[in-house]
Design a protein. Structure first.
Length: 129
């Protein structure tokens, strides 16, 4: 069995290119936009942001975006895309403590790689008690 990180590193080369091998990409864009809404001026941590597909769109709409992903190859692919220069990329495994202070972000979307389902979690520092 291939270790997960190595699998994502290998997948990075075709992740954005082939809708037939990445069917979720075709299904989740509208739901992501509906769920997240307008994040202009907000700090967003895209956990498992991979090749930056959502991060670049969020950044272009005015969000301040940080991508956290454990795959160096996914991050490398994301950095080569137009619009990526405005995004902060952090290579980090979420099984370790996060390298950010508490309440650093207004919204933390995350893609669940284990179940291959889009899971979007809204969290707001303004609503935290």
């Amino acid at each position: 069995m291939l270790p997960t990180r190595e699998g994502y590193d290998r997948w990075a080369t075709t992740y954005d290119d082939d809708a037939s091998s990445n069917w979720l990409k075709a299904l989740d864009q509208l739901e992501v936009e509906r769920t997240l809404g307008n994040l202009a001026g907000r700090d967003v941590l895209d956990v498992g942001g991979g090749t930056g597909r959502h991060a670049i769109r969020l950044s272009r709409s005015g969000a301040r975006v940080t991508v956290l992903d454990f795959s160096e190859e996914m991050i490398a692919k994301a950095r080569r895309k137009p619009g990526a220069e405005e995004i902060r990329f952090v290579a980090h495994d979420v099984l370790r403590p996060l390298p950010f202070a508490d309440r650093s972000f207004d919204c933390v979307p995350s893609y669940s790689s284990t179940s291959q389902l889009a899971i979007w979690i809204r969290s707001s520092a303004s609503s935290a008690g």
